[in-house]
Every structure is written in structure tokens, then in C-alpha cells.
Write a new protein. Structure first.
Length: 370
């Protein structure tokens, strides 16, 4: 397998429309890296530039240390799995798997027996050996997805590229197939670059995540590092389900004491912090505490809605004087009733502070998680 390096990669379409800007990333040999972000963030365009399906406007792309900007897609030694699987409907599974090898048989010095053995070995590896004589229309969604992966796998490429390959599967099958992809990666030790808009998918699959927004990389890191220490407000709100709760307000000082003042005037004491003025306080739903008794530092609220999922539940609460709603996740079924008055507290050790704005940077302070 191979490493992939993107240096200052950018894409500008005709008319000056910028889709990707200054992407810098090294994907190590055998690493599983996931590009994740909302629709239109530039992740698929970035993947297509690596694949050679989009011209690179700016920067340099290298595979195994060799510049490939001008190298045709067919000569980059990569294999791509598409969202719609891109199977040939008139060919059976065996022919779909062998198609790429047959076209390059002479160049690869492969006999037809060699190709047949590769196809059978790949099919056995993916558990689809009993499907080799079927047409794509005779397969389930999960089976088609395995065939699409197999068609990439049989070529033994330097790099695997996967563009939202699970998006057409139902929820249960997506979970099962995620596990299969992780096992396949461990088995092959293959270099994989994977694109998805689903942050749960990204967190469960990737050795590292690359969070993108507005054509730029917002943060790169291990999934739980990004979850626990988001670089900015966008990352904090995008990664995690339910999304992080945010409170608009100001950081004020009174003598030696520092506090975050909400828009309703309630104050939350803070440790020493240099920043003053407008700020955003964030807290994940599972870190918010609900109480039935009022105490200093607790915010008065009303329970708007409760959702129970068997072994856990979410409460949606409206805090007096604060715009928007706050989600509270409980690992038990011990949740208040709808319409009940409660009090909300924000444990400082789990709070995050950000500068104002959609991508406001994280403010380092003693209350930030370590």
C-alpha cells in the first residue's frame, strides 16, 4: 500500500467558484482516514481530485512521494467505490469483479486463470462466492455494496477511495457494513480515504477524521480527540449526536472573579481566563445535569419534551430567558415529565468556550476538558 499527501490543494471552477481551499493532509501507509462534513463542504471534490476525476487548480498531490497532479486516473493505482456502486447491470458478479483486470490483462501480465483465481479469492474474502453468477438486479443493497468493494479490492490498488458507499443502505445494514469495513481494513492494512456526511459513521470507521466546512479543513485528529476537544464552534456542533448545546453570552470580570453571563443575565463562574466580551459556552447533552431543587449557579427551566429510547432518553428543556432549547441526554430512564419545572447546571470541567461566530475558535481555559 501507499501514503498520500495533499499540499495546499485547492479547486476553483469556471466563473471563480471556489470549492476547496488549502487542504493539507498526509494519509499514512495503511491508515483509514475519513473526510466528513455537511453537503457542499468540499469533501467529495477533494476525493475526486485524489482519484484524478477532477483537475487540481492549486497545490500538489503525491502518492508514495511521487507528484501525480498530471497523471491520468487510470494510471494512479487507485480504486474507487462510488455511492451508487457503479456496477454493470448486464454483467454478473464474476464479470463485474474481473472487468478492470480483463481490460488491463496484458499490461499486468495476467492470464485468465490468474484473474479467475483473484476473483474467487476476493469473493471468498467478502463472503460473496455464492453470488458470482447473479446479476446486480438480483442482489440486495448490502450485497451490491460488497461487490462494489470487491471490484476495488481485486485490483490490489495502492489506495482505496470510498465516496459515501453506505448512504443507500438502511440504518441496520449500515451498522453491520461499517463493522465489516473496519474488519476488512484491519485484515488488508490498506490505505483508505473515505467520504461521508454522517459523523457517527466517521467516528466509528476512521483512524483519523478530517472535518471540512466551506471548502476548508476545520480540524484533523482521532475521532474521540475531536469529540472531546473541538477546535471551533462548527466542529463542536457538527461532531456528536445530539449536537452540542450552545449558550450565547459574555465573559465578564468583577475584581479577581470571572464569570460567563448568559443573555438572560444568569452567571456561571469561570476559572481564570484572559478573554473578555462576547463568547459562546458549549456543553454536550450527556454532560448537562438536571435538578429538582434551586441552588446558586443553576438555571431555571421547563421541560418541553421527553423522548425515551429503552435504556436512555433525551429531555428538551427551555431555560428561562434564553433563546432556543437545550437537549439533556440521560443514560437512564429517570427523566422529568413534560411541563415540569427543573434546574439546569453546567459542570465546568465539561464545558467548552468559543469565540463568537459560526467557526469561532476554541478558547483555552481551565474549564476546557483535558
Amino acid at each position: 500500500m501507499s501514503s498520500v499527501e495533499l499540499k495546499g490543494i485547492g479547486k476553483i471552477y469556471d466563473g471563480g467558484v471556489r470549492a476547496v481551499e488549502d487542504v493539507n493532509l498526509v494519509i499514512e501507509d495503511g491508515e483509514f482516514v475519513v473526510l466528513v462534513g455537511p453537503s457542499g463542504c468540499g469533501k467529495s471534490t477533494t476525493l475526486r481530485m485524489v482519484a484524478g476525476l477532477e483537475d487540481i487548480t492549486e497545490g500538489e498531490l503525491s502518492i508514495d512521494g511521487k507528484r501525480v497532479n498530471e497523471v491520468a486516473a487510470r494510471d494512479r493505482d487507485i480504486a474507487m467505490v462510488f455511492q451508487n456502486y457503479a456496477l454493470y447491470p448486464h454483467l454478473d458478479v464474476r464479470a463485474n469483479l474481473s472487468f478492470g483486470l480483463e481490460r488491463r490483462r496484458k499490461k499486468l501480465s495476467l492470464s485468465r486463470d490468474d484473474i479467475a483465481k483473484k476473483v474467487e479469492a476476493t469473493a471468498a474474502n467478502l463472503g460473496i462466492e455464492n453470488l458470482l453468477d447473479r446479476l446486480p438486479k438480483q442482489l440486495s443493497g448490502g450485497q451490491r455494496q460488497r461487490v462494489a468493494v470487491g471490484r476495488a479490492l481485486v485490483r490490489d490498488p495502492a489506495v482505496f477511495l470510498l465516496d459515501e458507499p453506505l448512504s443507500n443502505l438502511d440504518a441496520r445494514l449500515r451498522v453491520e457494513t461499517r463493522a465489516e469495513l473496519r474488519m476488512l481494513h484491519r485484515q488488508l492494512q490498506a490505505t483508505m480515504l473515505y467520504v461521508t456526511h454522517d459523523q457517527e459513521e466517521a467516528m466509528s470507521l476512521g483512524d483519523r477524521m478530517v472535518v471540512m466546512h466551506l471548502g476548508r479543513v476545520q480540524q484533523v485528529g482521532r475521532p474521540m480527540d475531536i469529540y472531546n476537544q473541538p477546535a471551533n464552534r462548527f466542529v463542536a456542533g457538527f461532531v456528536g449526536s445530539p449536537a452540542m448545546n450552545f449558550f450565547e453570552g459574555e465573559i465578564k470580570a468583577d475584581g479577581e472573579s470571572v464569570a460567563f453571563q448568559t443573555e438572560a443575565g444568569s452567571t456561571i463562574p469561570l476559572p481564570s481566563l484572559e478573554h473578555r466580551g462576547s463568547a459562546v459556552l458549549g456543553i454536550r447533552p450527556e454532560r448537562v445535569d438536571l435538578h429538582l431543587e434551586s441552588r446558586p449557579g443553576r438555571l431555571s427551566a421547563e421541560v418541553v419534551a421527553v423522548e425515551r429510547y429503552g435504556d436512555r432518553g433525551d429531555a428538551l428543556v427551555a431555560i428561562d430567558g434564553i433563546t432556543g432549547r437545550v437537549v439533556v441526554r440521560s443514560g437512564s430512564m429517570d427523566l422529568p415529565d413534560e411541563g415540569q419545572r427543573v434546574f439546569v447546571s453546567v459542570p465546568l470541567e465539561h464545558a467548552h468556550l468559543f469565540e463568537p461566530g459560526e467557526c469561532g475558535a476554541r478558547l483555552e481555559s481551565a474549564c476546557s476538558p483535558h
